[in-house]
Design a protein around this ligand. Structure first.
Ligand code: PLP
Length: 385
């Protein structure tokens, strides 16, 4: 099997499992316990936080471990907007881009439904990018938060996060970015990016599902979303997932230590794959930005097919990929991300996403490109028949 669905999830790396193992077995303490087992767990958690902080260029106290990317996004969007509104009731608006993951989009809609916020949606161009000019047009004195993802999970488009964050800062508005897909592929230095909050998920990086983190800068106000015993400095209650935090820190450190090499190597493979598919499949269209895109994502529409049928045909040929984001899979509605790029609902139904992890090879992608050509031709023939 050639697994080209790494944007959905990745297997746990051996080094990550090894690092986690003690905290799932002998060192199983609760970090809040005042005995040696608890203290060992608390130390492991502190070390994991320090490792993450070193990667993100922040202080350990600015890192909150969560149950994944979805929770980190919820905590950022709801937590910052509600805390700021509590301090200043005039803050009643949030800005999000038109291509956010549902974890951000639905958190903003929750604020609209239950807390009287207005959600201002930042449009994207046909490549999926937002512009600083468009953001400037939406920033108002009532804006509590801006949330724009670092890189899109369906089409891989990378946003000009540093420029957008700098602009939000000029207006005194905190800027959150969902960096779940960027981890391992793009620089994550929070100072260089200038972001006030950033979400990361473990299972996209070789850590297990169910662990993630939110970076929140210094004095940014944050209302917790999960209430209870006050763990994570009151920002996220619940007994900490010590092994998960250790696994996430290990995976993030490994991934970011090779980030630049991986970015360069896989970008070349991605572009060769894109060219091979575009030349082998008549009518194929690349979706997303031609160059400002994740090294790991090649996404297409194949007009005259259905994405789901191409997917099934590819799987029969040993290539596993996705017809859109895993979260939207199974839904008949056209992807809101693709329609935001101006792609018609009909063409959006023909979308297929190929996403790679760092172990991808030229041979895998050559074989995959041949399989795509055969699969699309066969689906078109069946459709015509
Ligand atoms: N944000 C983006 C951009 C994603 O791609 C995903 C997962 O696909 C998430 C958030 C959610 O992360 P998790 O699966 O860890 O909840």
């Amino acid at each position: 099997m050639i697994f080209l669905d790494a944007a959905a999830t990745t297997p746990v790396r051996r080094e990550v499992l090894d690092a986690m193992w003690p905290y799932l077995t002998g060192e199983f303490g609760n970090p809040s316990s005042h005995h040696s087992l608890g203290e060992a767990a608390a130390r492991a958690l502190a070390d994991a936080r320090a490792s993450v902080a070193a990667v993100l260029g922040c202080r350990a106290g600015e890192v909150t471990f969560t149950s994944g990317g979805t929770e980190a996004d919820n905590l950022a969007v709801k937590g910052i907007a509600l805390a700021r509104q509590a301090a200043d009731p005039a803050l009643t608006r949030v800005v999000i881009s038109a291509v956010e993951h549902p974890a951000v989009e639905e958190s903003a809609r929750y604020l609209e439904r239950f807390h009287g916020f207005t959600v201002d949606v930042l449009p994207v161009d046909s490549t999926g990018q937002v512009t600083p000019e468009a953001l400037a047009g939406l920033l108002r004195p009532e804006t509590a938060l801006v949330s724009v993802m670092y890189a899109n999970n369906e089409v891989g488009t990378v946003q000009p996060v540093a420029r957008l964050a700098a602009l939000a800062r000029e207006y005194g508005v905190p800027f959150h970015t969902d960096a779940v897909q960027a981890g391992g592929w793009l620089p994550l230095d929070t100072k260089a990016l200038g972001v006030d909050a950033m979400s990361i998920s473990g299972h996209k990086l070789g850590a297990p599902k169910g662990c993630g983190l939110l970076f929140v800068r210094g004095r940014t106000r944050l209302e917790p979303v999960i209430h209870g015993g006050g763990q994570e400095r009151g920002r996220r209650s619940g007994t900490e997932n010590v092994a998960g935090a250790v696994g996430l820190a290990t995976a993030l450190t490994l991934a970011q230590s090779r980030q630049r090499d991986q970015e360069v190597r896989v970008t070349v493979l991605r572009d060769t794959f894109i060219s091979a598919v575009l030349s082998a499949v008549p009518g194929a269209v690349l979706t997303g930005h031609p160059t400002e895109r994740l090294p790991s994502v090649a996404s297409f529409c194949f007009p005259g097919t259905s994405g789901e049928s191409v997917l099934l045909e590819l799987e029969r040929q040993g290539v596993v990929c996705s017809s859109g984001s895993a979260c939207a899979a199974g839904s008949d509605a056209p992807s809101p991300v693709l329609t935001a790029l101006g792609i018609s609902a009909e063409v959006a139904q023909t979308a297929v996403r190929f996403s790679f992890d760092a172990s991808v090879t030229t041979e895998d992608l050559d074989a995959a490109a041949r399989a795509v050509s055969t699969a699309v031709a066969s689906v078109r023939t069946l459709g015509a028949g």
